[in-house]
Ligand binder design. Structure first.
Ligand code: F6P
Length: 328
């Protein structure tokens, strides 16, 4: 593949925001300056690319952002970018600013956009996995996942206090779209009575049996973690089913929701995002296009975007087994 001369890189965040996105933007821009490149911020993701919300970035734009949650470039889920007309408008705007290459920070939808754009217009693009869901192959963890797990566990600890005081059974729903990574980590990290994830079917009878056994063992509190994308429904639906079978339980439901997307990034997310920002710029300069930068076993690796988004990353069997052993 021909290595293009890259002088101006555009960086954007797209899809659901994730803690550490600011750290990834900052590292990308800093690395660009280090290699004497001009760096452009594309605001509101692909939507902003279509509407020409593009600004040259200077050092001052990225000072004191590493430690902040959210994304100062803002994010959006662009429907228009899904159309060829939308992508053409976006391309024309990049041309106006003479942007040679892109760093796209986001989840599978955002990386799919980068891949299409590269195929259609030949704009070298590299992805940084930025999503709390951890559902991309080609990296051990996505930026934002660790912070989201910490947030979920901290919240569940608080729920545990009140659950214990009232001898209650709580169903706590966590995010993750159709993946159970946050749920399984939150389950292990908060000593949950059970963890329900989309990847594994748990018949309601099995959950009933487990809760009956825990009642017999006089457990003081019971927290069941439910991943939002679960096949048997969300936390409220499961709670309703259990209420019918175990009327002696005083049941409450908490949906953690967008709380999990906010907050200052953890040290792990800051370091991961920083490594990947540098890797993205160095990758582009080395001619690695249409790939996602990730970290596997503490080493930076580049995976074709098509593989990172298509390969179904599985919740580790061992994690599932461990969660089960520890919840009986
Ligand atoms: O992909 C991140 C995520 O937070 C998912 O866990 C969740 O299903 C979805 O985004 C929520 O999206 P929105 O903020 O658009 O409602």
């Amino acid at each position: 593949m021909e290595i293009k001369t890259i002088k101006r890189i555009g960086v954007l965040t797209s899809g659901g925001d994730a803690p550490g996105m600011n750290a990834a933007i900052r590292a990308t821009v800093r690395a660009g300056f280090y290699y004497n490149l001009e760096m452009y911020g594309i605001y509101r993701g692909y939507e902003g690319m279509i509407h020409n919300e593009i600004k040259k970035l200077e050092s001052k734009h990225i000072s004191h952002v590493l430690e902040r949650g959210g994304t100062f470039l803002k994010s959006a889920r662009s429907q228009e970018f899904r159309t060829p007309e939308g992508r053409k408008k976006a391309y024309e705007n990049l041309q106006k600013h003479r942007i040679d290459a892109l760093v796209v920070i986001g989840g599978d939808g955002s990386l799919t956009g980068a891949h299409l754009f590269y195929k259609e217009f030949g704009i070298p693009a590299i992805g940084i996995p930025g999503t709390i869901d951890n559902d991309l192959a080609g990296t051990d963890m996505t930026v934002g996942f660790d912070t989201a797990c910490n947030t979920a566990i901290e919240a569940i600890d608080k729920i545990r206090d009140t659950a214990t005081s009232h001898d209650r059974l709580f169903f706590v729903e966590v995010m993750g779209r159709d993946a159970g990574f946050i749920a399984i980590n939150a389950g292990i990290g908060s000593a949950a009575a059970a963890t329900l994830i989309p990847e594994k079917k748990m018949p309601i009878e099995r959950l009933v049996e487990r809760l009956q056994a825990r009642k017999k063992a006089m457990k003081q509190s019971n927290i069941v973690i439910v991943a939002e994308g679960g096949k048997s429904g969300g936390a409220s639906e499961i709670a309703d089913k259990i209420k019918k079978q175990l009327p002696y339980y005083d049941i409450k439901v908490t949906i953690l929701g967008h709380l999990q997307r906010g907050g200052a990034p953890s040290s792990l997310d800051r370091v991961l995002a920083s490594k990947l920002g540098v890797a993205a710029v160095e990758g582009l300069l080395a001619g690695k296009y249409d790939v996602m930068a990730g970290v596997i076993n503490n080493k930076v690796v580049y995976t074709p975007i098509t593989k990172a988004i298509v390969d179904d990353k599985e919740v580790d069997e061992d994690d599932f087994r461990i969660a089960k052993i520890l919840s009986t």
